[in-house]
Design a protein around this ligand. Structure first.
Ligand code: NAP
Length: 474
């Protein structure tokens, strides 16, 4: 479950060898080793630009300043008026971008407020801002474009330009991945300004190390706009299924790192491993098959008396039983459908009646296999695509309760599941993405912790790919 080539390519011999043969050197990605920090960009600089009709300057500057970052601009950039006006109102100072020779630290992130783009001419402002700067992005740098969501665009041209941002970000992400840098797009619905802080923190920090080329929409975060991401999971009660090992164990660990009381659930055959994982997190182990007919009642009975109820449910347990459809047994079909999808629907139905707090949050683990499809995975891909539809369909109901449901679609992640793949497809699987490497279970866990937080309230019914911009299904 480790990427030996990545380690080799960073050794002194490996570097020479890789460059002689023209082999890629996957960048080392920086991941967080501590809980969400308030000032998580302290000592770093963010270079901000925008179009001259941009409308999100104020919430953007507030949020980025709130992360402790120094704010920089390019003084010659034409889209500065909205930024300057917002900075004056907020009493924030905007420094000029230092020259490469100045010895000043490079800017960690480039952020462009594209919320006012409404013509071919205006989109040139994006090019003028990004083109000269992208070369200076440090390793593990961040590019973030913030636009109006196409559904919230008020004209044909505004919608066209909003969609254009998706292509821009997807392509730039492919260019800068060699450097360990990422590019993403945050689409803001009308009223979504109130929910901007949490996704900005996620995309601009190490917590999103393996998320690139993605678009995430944020809507109004009614009533919760003052909840900050750092500390927001403190004291929350979170259930994670399939928590004995792999991605589930990492989700449990990151939620515990953020202060949650974790209840880890896994198949009774994994009781020993589950006990060990939970002991290290002060968590509670629940040896229970997710497909048990009374799973929801047993979860509620375990949680209710001790903790009151669940604030977070993460449906992570999943299996593969791959076969070409022509050779697939009904047992393989039924097993995968039942564990990966049927159990999620049944458990949620029960927990929504009893066990999940009114404003509880649900995160379901999907897969890029459910987006791209895969020969030999008609069963698995059906379930993982179903999960995406389910999150979308359940979002209005969850919003009415003051909660949310979202899905995370992992790409190739280094776990026992992928270690069991034959060598050739495994090696291809872990390289065919913009960061030339597989993700770590922690990468999925960081995205889950972000979406599980009440601070991410503006994000509901969405699917976030955590795949290093895998070419599969993209
Ligand atoms: P994993 O290492 O196989 O772990 C899955 C865990 O779920 C295991 O402990 C497993 O226990 C448990 N589980 C399976 N069936 C269960 C059941 N009926 N009741 C309770 N627990 C059960 O898998 P992983 O790689 O961490 O994957 C976790 C999730 O991410 C899955 O939903 C998977 O589809 C998804 N995913 C993974 C990747 C990847 O690259 N690894 C990519 C995309 C999506 P047993 O040992 O008893 O089966």
């Amino acid at each position: 479950m480790s990427d030996r080539y990545l380690d080799f390519a960073h050794s002194s011999f490996g570097k020479t060898f890789a460059s002689m043969l023209g082999l890629p050197t996957p960048p080392r990605l920086r991941r967080p080793d501590a809980p969400w920090a308030g000032q998580l960009l302290e000592g770093k600089f963010v270079l901000i630009g925008g179009d001259d009709a941009a409308v999100l300057s104020e919430p953007l500057l507030t949020a980025i300043h709130g992360m402790g970052a120094g704010l920089r601009i390019v003084p010659e950039h034409v889209g500065l008026p909205p930024l300057k006006k917002a900075a004056a109102k907020l009493k924030l100072s905007l420094a000029g971008n230092p020259s490469a020779e100045s010895g000043e630290p490079r800017s960690h992130a480039l952020v462009f407020d594209a919320s006012g783009l409404n013509s071919i001419e205006s989109i040139r402002e994006l090019y003028d801002f990004m083109q000269p700067l992208v070369r200076g992005l440090p390793s593990n740098g961040r590019v973030l474009v913030v636009s109006r969501a196409p559904e919230s665009a008020d004209s044909v041209l505004a919608k066209t330009m909003s969609m254009a941002m998706r292509g821009f970000v997807r392509s730039l992400a492919k260019e800068i991945g060699k450097n360990g840098s990422t590019a993403n797009l945050l689409e803001v619905e009308i009223g979504g300004e109130s929910g901007l802080d949490a996704p900005l923190r996620f995309f601009l920090s190490e917590h999103s190390a393996y998320v690139s080329g993605q678009t995430l929409s944020v809507g109004p975060a009614e009533g919760t706009s003052r909840i900050a991401l750092p500390g927001s999971l403190n004291g929350k009660v979170a259930l994670v299924t399939g928590a004995a090992r792999g991605i589930g164990a990492s989700i449990a660990s990151v939620l515990a790192r953020e202060g949650a009381q974790v209840i880890g659930m896994d198949h009774p055959s994994q009781e020993g491993a589950l006990g060990e994982t939970m002991a290290s997190l002060n968590g509670v182990g629940l040896a229970l098959d997710v497909t048990a007919a009374d799973a929801a009642e047993r979860i509620a009975a375990e949680v209710g008396p001790r903790f009151g109820g669940l604030d977070v449910v993460v449906h992570n347990a999943g299996v593969t039983r791959d076969k070409m459809l022509r050779n697939m047994s009904p047992q393989f079909w039924d097993m995968v459908l039942n564990i990966n999808l049927g159990a999620i629907l049944r458990i949620n139905e029960g927990l929504l009646k009893k066990g999940l707090q009114q404003n509880g949050r649900i995160v379901c683990i999907s897969s890029i296999g459910g987006i791209g499809g895969n020969a030999g995975q008609t069963n698995y891909a059906s379930t993982k695509a179903g999960v995406i539809g389910y999150a979308d369909a359940m979002a209005p109901l969850m919003a009415k309760r003051g909660g949310a449901i979202n899905a995370v679609a992992p790409g190739f992640i280094e776990t026992q599941m992928t270690a069991a793949m034959p060598m050739a497809p495994r090696e291809v699987g872990r390289r065919i993405n913009s960061l030339s490497q597989g993700g770590m279970p922690q990468d999925i866990a960081e995205a889950v912790a972000f979406l599980a937080s009440p601070a991410a309230a503006g994000i509901n019914g969405r699917t976030l790919r955590v795949c290093g911009q895998n070419w599969f299904g993209a």
